[in-house]
Design a protein around this ligand. Structure first.
Ligand SMILES: [Fe+2]
Length: 238
């Protein structure tokens, strides 16, 4: 399992300590928890790595207000309700919940909410203010080897994003010794398919409709040109 992501979630899973503390507060608030509280939620909304208006004008503060504070929060809240009283509420990482519920029809709701909680936490880290541009070093070498060049990679990333019918995600993944582009529908995630996610862009309409209406390709182009966090993606390489 990716150690970077696992470490982040281990912090997130430290339970909020007192009644009334806002779920989704800064990571430091959760880290000060003095003791376990019986009724505390198993999972809490991770803090964004930047302010909600930091990605404007490419993603507006209004979009982030809905996407992060409403949609992502809802996945976390729904997951907590679904796993209450089960072993999943008492210790495993979010990745474990995703992997153990994947492909099991009787746990589809748990998988959908756990995977969406994981996908969104990963997606926020895949962006940064003044991001985009070209990666460097090993990441650039692997992209050139796998796709024939960085421009070819960008063209393929856009095409994959546009080709996803309905809600879903476009991912750059590491699969063995090569990099691949994959698209997943709804909550599905490369984690459940043995692939290592490196970079993702959310292509659910809630990710872009307020800013771009139906122009998904324009949103994904802005992601590649101005937001992609290649340092984070490179840190996921095995
Ligand atoms: Fe989303």
């Amino acid at each position: 399992m990716n150690p970077h992501v696992s470490t982040s979630w281990s912090v997130i899973r430290i339970l909020v300590p007192v009644m009334g503390m806002a779920v989704g507060g800064m990571a430091g608030e959760s880290a000060t928890a003095p003791a376990m509280v019986a009724d505390a939620p198993a999972f809490t909304l991770p803090a964004l790595p930047y302010a909600q208006d930091a990605l404007a004008p490419y993603i507006s503060a209004r979009t982030m207000g809905f996407h992060y504070a409403k949609h992502h929060q809802a996945y976390v809240d729904n997951l907590n309700k679904l796993i209450a009283g089960t072993p999943w509420a008492a210790g495993p990482s979010l990745e474990t919940v995703v992997l153990e519920s994947a492909g099991k029809p009787d746990h589809a709701a748990v998988f959908n909410n756990a995977a969406q909680a994981w996908n969104h936490a990963f997606f926020w880290k895949c962006m940064k203010p003044a991001g985009g541009g070209r990666p460097a070093g090993r990441m650039l070498n692997l992209i050139e080897k796998s796709f024939g060049g960085f421009d070819e990679f960008k063209t393929a990333f856009l095409a994959t994003a546009v080709a996803q019918f309905g809600s879903g995600w476009v991912w750059l993944v590491q699969d063995g010794h090569t990099l691949k582009l994959v698209k997943t529908a709804n909550a599905d995630t490369p984690l459940a398919h043995g692939q290592t996610p490196l970079l993702t862009c959310d292509v659910w309409e809630h990710a872009y409709y307020l800013d771009y209406q139906n122009r998904r390709q324009e949103f994904v182009q802005a992601f590649l040109d101005h937001l992609a966090n290649w340092e984070f993606a490179a840190a996921q390489l095995r």
